[in-house]
Design a protein around this ligand. Structure first.
Ligand code: ZN
Length: 302
């Protein structure tokens, strides 16, 4: 969608509110309390309906991430547009400049809230053939650009785990990534269960934690001392891309926010061939997610 097409579709707050109204009540207003359908619009509160039967007031933004925000609906829709149209992502500083926002914190919080909308609650599990492996990434602290030990040391590094679905023709399809507290069998098992459908074939590097997986056709690909990037080429390509992207777009990840970065990368990767649908997808999920406050974004460590 071009910027001109966006402006035509959403010229003002009222057009954005109308969109939310139609998404929420495709067949006309229904009171969430008494289910009656007759309502008045309020002059004193924007985009709020008062039930003619029980007087319950319902905002069109209730039950969406836009609820209780001081920012206008149009600003939110513009932010979604900016995120969806930058294929590599956008930093809080860029978003602040692009939307003319008063403070960096406002832009940062908007981005955090919108990253929540990058996880589709209705997404299906990976199937067929799935490569799974773990990795880690050095994290950034406030004072030091990159903190992290070298080599195998886990000091200053964040663990994460990933899975990629491979088509029967050998092409990469969808991915999942998640933070990992440690490389224990229960934690690895929890991730595989949450990401991969039972009965799928799981390819791993033969790490002992994978042996206890149940319900999967597990194929450890231990080939002597061959490096993991050779036996599991696709998931290692994903890891390398994620690290390059996190460094390039965000100058490294911050410890409390790893999950959000992983979520955003998964969102972009899984839509890499149809980015055009990203705007509607993000808007749709944002319109169905309950609002979350600042405190929920300050520390998201696992
Ligand atoms: Zn009512």
């Amino acid at each position: 969608m071009s910027r001109a097409a966006f402006s035509k579709r959403f010229p003002d707050d009222a057009a954005c509110a109308k969109h939310l109204y139609e998404k929420r009540w495709p067949n006309g207003f229904v009171c969430p309390k008494c289910q009656e359908t007759k309502a008045w619009t309020l002059d004193s509160k924007l985009f709020t309906y008062e039930c003619a039967t029980c007087s319950r007031q319902t905002s069109v933004t209730a039950g969406t991430i836009f609820h209780r925000s001081k920012l206008s609906l149009l600003t939110w829709f513009l932010a979604i547009y900016a995120i969806a149209s930058h294929s590599n992502g956008i930093s809080a500083l860029q978003l602040q400049a692009q939307l003319g926002l008063g403070s960096y914190k406002t832009a940062w919080l908007m981005l955090q809230k919108l990253r929540r909308a990058m996880v589709d609650p209705d997404r299906s599990l990976l199937e067929d053939l799935v490569e799974v492996d773990e990795s880690d990434i050095p994290y950034r602290t406030k004072n030091d650009p990159i903190a992290g030990g070298q080599g195998r040391s886990a000091v200053g590094k964040l663990h994460f785990i990933g899975a990629i679905e491979i088509s029967p023709e050998g092409h990469p399809r969808r991915i999942r990534l998640a933070p990992l507290q440690d490389f224990s069998a229960p934690n690895i098992g929890t991730f595989v269960t949450s990401a991969v459908t039972t009965g799928a074939t799981v390819l791993s590097d033969g790490f002992p934690a994978y042996r206890s997986l149940k319900g999967y056709n597990h194929k450890p690909k231990v080939v002597g001392k061959m490096a993991a990037h050779i036996v599991l080429p696709w998931i290692h390509r994903v890891f390398a891309n994620f690290k390059r992207w996190a460094l390039g777009t965000y100058h490294g990840v911050r410890k409390p926010h790893l999950r959000r970065y992983l979520d955003e990368f998964v969102f972009r990767w899984n839509r890499r061939r149809h980015m055009k649908s990203s705007f509607d997808m993000l808007l749709d999920i944002a319109s169905h997610l309950p609002h979350a406050g600042y405190s929920e974004f300050v520390d998201q460590s696992v």
